[in-house]
Design a binder for this molecule. Structure first.
Ligand SMILES: Nc1ncnc2c1ncn2[C@@H]1O[C@H](COP(=O)(O)OP(=O)(O)OP(=O)(O)O)[C@@H](O)[C@H]1O
Ligand SMILES: [Mg+2]
Length: 288
């Protein structure tokens, strides 16, 4: 990869201490909704952490706070020992929908990630070319978003998130909208990129198998308010074999957290549509 200046220092550990987040909520008695509470998470530099949890338990909120989009929170978010202040080049993000600009080509969309980066035009061109290659899109630089598949568009989004050479890449259900085959291919791709780039990755996913396949650790969150239920270490070598009994045992162990949830504790927002109609317990309604 490039020898251009990079923010990926080896001591860029992420340290989240006592993180809490409340939103104004007219329908709540207190006028506020406690979305996150007491989140403590230490992520050494270069680790891959997966985050799973029921819908509405605050996963996206957590990533938004780490990205620096919202500075109204309790607790601390430290990167390399420094409190984060707003957004920064050292933190990139990839969303579920690729959010590509339809009027820009693949290369131009990736270059958007470099808009405020302190590189010369030549360096930016080099970085874009390297990242096009990194995500396997060489030959598609001049294609428009409507000319590429959903999986390819998501690769562009990953390249755009990485082109600034962040030390932390946040991924919010990046493969959630893709078919199973493309999703599985991109999981392998993401793993290869992570091993090559040696940056910290935080992946939010609804797919427990994906979480265990990619993560060094799986953080299981629970709702009302969103907090960490437990952290599972995945002590299996990469690349992982999904049919390995040890892999299956870990996956089922994490899944059991969701099956164990007490339906009485599930907030309305976290209940799947139709749960009330069927009269079935919430735990049986989760579609993974
Ligand atoms: N800007 C906002 N204002 C008020 N409430 C919000 C805002 N953003 C999120 N919330 C609330 O915060 C809670 C957590 O939302 P969040 O999007 O973080 O959940 P999530 O775990 O990412 O869910 P999902 O798995 O469905 O993506 C929800 O109850 C949501 O309604
Ligand atoms: Mg979300």
């Amino acid at each position: 990869m490039s020898t251009l200046s990079t923010s990926s220092a080896s001591n860029n550990e992420l340290d989240i201490r006592g993180l809490g987040k409340r939103y104004t909520h007219a329908q709540a008695k207190s006028g506020e909704l406690q979305v996150l509470e007491g989140i403590d998470l230490h992520v050494p530099a270069g680790r891959f952490v997966s985050i799973v949890g029921a819908s509405g338990c605050g996963k996206s909120t957590l990533l938004r706070l780490i990205l620096g989009l919202d500075s109204q929170y309790e607790g601390q978010i430290l990167l390399g020992g420094q409190a984060i202040a707003g957004t920064g080049r050292e933190r990139g993000i990839v969303f579920q929908d690729h959010r590509l600009f339809p009027w820009l080509t693949v290369a131009q969309n990736i270059a958007v990630g470099l808009r405020n980066a302190p590189f010369t035009a030549k360096e930016k061109t080099e970085l874009v070319a390297e990242h096009v290659a990194l995500v396997g899109l060489t030959g598609f630089e001049r294609s428009w978003p409507h000319q590429i598949s959903g999986g390819m568009a998501q690769r562009v989004a990953i390249a755009r998130g990485l082109v600034n050479r962040p030390s932390v890449l946040l991924l919010d259900e990046p493969f959630g909208a893709l078919d199973a085959l493309t999703r599985s291919r991109l999981q392998n791709e993401l793993q290869r990129i992570w091993q090559k780039e040696k940056i910290t990755m935080l992946l939010v996913t609804h797919d427990v198998e994906e979480a265990v396949f990619l993560g060094d650790r799986v953080v299981v969150m629970q709702p009302s308010p969103g907090r960490i239920r437990r952290i599972v270490d995945v002590d299996l070598p990469h690349p992982r074999n999904r049919s390995d009994p040890a892999f299956i045992a870990l996956r089922d162990d994490v899944l059991s957290d969701f099956l164990d949830f007490d339906s009485d504790r599930a907030p309305l927002a976290a209940q799947p549509v139709g749960a009330a109609d069927t009269g079935q317990p919430w735990r049986l309604q989760l579609a993974w």
